[in-house]
Design a protein around this ligand. Structure first.
Ligand code: ADP
Length: 304
C-alpha cells in the first residue's frame, strides 16, 4: 500500500457553533461563551491529520452565482482548515453553482442539548463525471458517505472494475456509510467491503441494539464484507466475514461537552486503523476511544 492515500467522498458543511450557558429565550439577546467554526462530514480529515488524505467533496465556488462575500469567506475558511489539517484537496469537485451548506448550532452547557438550524442545500453532489477524473492508482481506500446513491453505485462499479485488473496488494478497499433513513441509500449495502450503518437506520428497521442490527442487515452484504454499527454511549459492534459479532464499549469523557461529529470521528478512526493493518477489534476499540475523546472537547482539535 506504501504511500497510497485515502479518498473521501461526501459533502462539506460548515457548522457555526455557539456555546451558551442555557438555551436562550426566544426574541432575547444572549452572549455566547464560545463561538467556533468546524466542518463535519469530513470523516477523514481529522483522522487523517497524520495520514495523507485526499478529499474530493463538493465545495462551491459561489461567486459565480451569488457573489456573496460571506460564502467566499466560508470557502476560504474551509480550504484553510483542510490545509491546516494536512488534507489534500486537489481532488475537490468545485461547483459552479449552489451554496456551501451551513448549519448554525446552539450548544447549551446547561443540559447538553444541541439545536441545529441547517441551511437548505442546493450544492450538487460529487457526480460520476467528477469521479471519472480521479486517478484511482493513487488510492488504497475510498470512502463514500451515502448521498446520491444512484450515481455512487456507478462510481463504485468503476472501482470494482479497476480492482478486477489489479493484483491483490493494489486493490482499493471500498467503504460506504448509510447514515440517513432514505430508501435509495440501501442499495449501497451490497457494494462496500466495509459498511457503516447508523443507529437511526437500524432503529428505523426496528432494531433495538447494534448486535440486532448486524444480524438483521448482514444478509444484504456482499460476501466477505464487514458491517459496523455504532450506538452512541453504548459503544459499537462489528461483524466481519466470519459472521462473529464483536463489541467495544464507549469511552465516555470525564465531561460530555460536544457530541456533534462523534459518528464521523468514529468512522474516520476505524478506517485509519484498518488501513494501517489493524484488526477489526483494534479498529473498533480505537474508533470508540477517539470518538469518546471528541465528545469531551469542542470541535476536533487535539483528539488524535
Ligand atoms: P452520531 O450521533 O454522531 O452519529 P454515534 O451515535 O454513531 O454518533 O456514535 C459514534 C461513536 O461515538 C459511538 O460508538 C461512541 O464510541 C461515541 N459516542 C457517541 N456518543 C457518546 C457518548 N455520549 N459518550 C461516549 N461516547 C459516545
Amino acid at each position: 500500500m506504501g504511500d497510497k492515500k485515502i479518498l473521501c467522498i461526501g459533502l462539506v458543511c460548515l457548522d457555526i457553533i455557539n456555546v451558551v450557558d442555557k438555551y436562550p429565550e426566544e426574541d432575547t439577546d444572549t452572549s455566547f461563551i464560545l463561538n467556533d467554526f468546524q466542518m463535519y462530514k469530513i470523516d477523514i480529515s481529522l483522522l487523517l491529520e497524520h495520514a495523507e488524505c485526499s478529499f474530493p467533496a463538493s465545495v462551491v465556488i459561489s461567486s459565480v452565482t451569488t457573489g456573496s462575500r460571506t460564502i467566499l469567506h466560508m470557502n476560504s475558511f474551509i480550504v484553510g482548515d483542510f490545509a491546516r489539517r494536512g488534507v489534500d484537496i486537489s481532488g475537490v469537485a468545485w461547483q459552479k453553482w449552489g451554496e456551501t451548506p451551513c448549519a448554525c448550532c446552539v450548544v447549551s452547557l446547561g443540559n447538553g442539548s444541541r439545536t441545529v438550524v441547517l441551511s437548505d442545500t442546493n450544492l450538487p453532489d460529487v457526480s460520476v463525471e467528477d469521479f471519472s477524473k480521479v486517478d484511482l492508482s493513487q488510492y488504497k481506500w475510498i470512502h463514500w458517505e451515502g448521498r446520491n446513491a444512484d450515481e455512487q453505485v456507478k462510481m463504485i462499479e468503476r472501482v470494482r472494475e479497476y480492482n478486477s485488473k489489479q493484483e491483490e496488494k493494489n486493490r482499493i478497499t471500498i467503504s460506504v456509510e448509510i447514515e440517513k433513513i432514505r430508501e435509495p441509500l440501501y442499495q449501497l449495502f451490497p457494494l462496500g467491503d466495509l459498511v457503516f450503518v447508523s443507529k437511526d437506520v437500524a432503529q428505523h428497521f426496528g432494531f433495538t441494539s447494534a448486535a440486532a442490527a448486524l444480524k438483521g442487515f448482514c444478509g444484504r452484504l456482499r460476501k466477505g464484507a464487514t458491517l459496523i454499527c455504532a450506538w452512541a454511549e453504548k459503544g459499537a459492534d462489528a461483524m466481519g466475514p466470519d459472521g462473529v459479532i464483536i463489541h467495544s464499549d464507549a469511552f465516555p469523557p470525564e465531561k460530555l461537552v460536544d457530541t456533534l461529529g462523534a459518528g464521523d470521528t468514529f468512522n474516520a478512526s476505524m478506517i485509519y486503523s484498518l488501513s494501517n493493518g489493524g484488526s477489526l477489534q483494534d479498529a473498533l476499540t480505537f474508533g470508540c476511544q477517539i470518538a469518546g475523546k471528541k465528545c469531551g472537547v469542542h470541535g476536533y482539535d487535539g483528539i488524535s
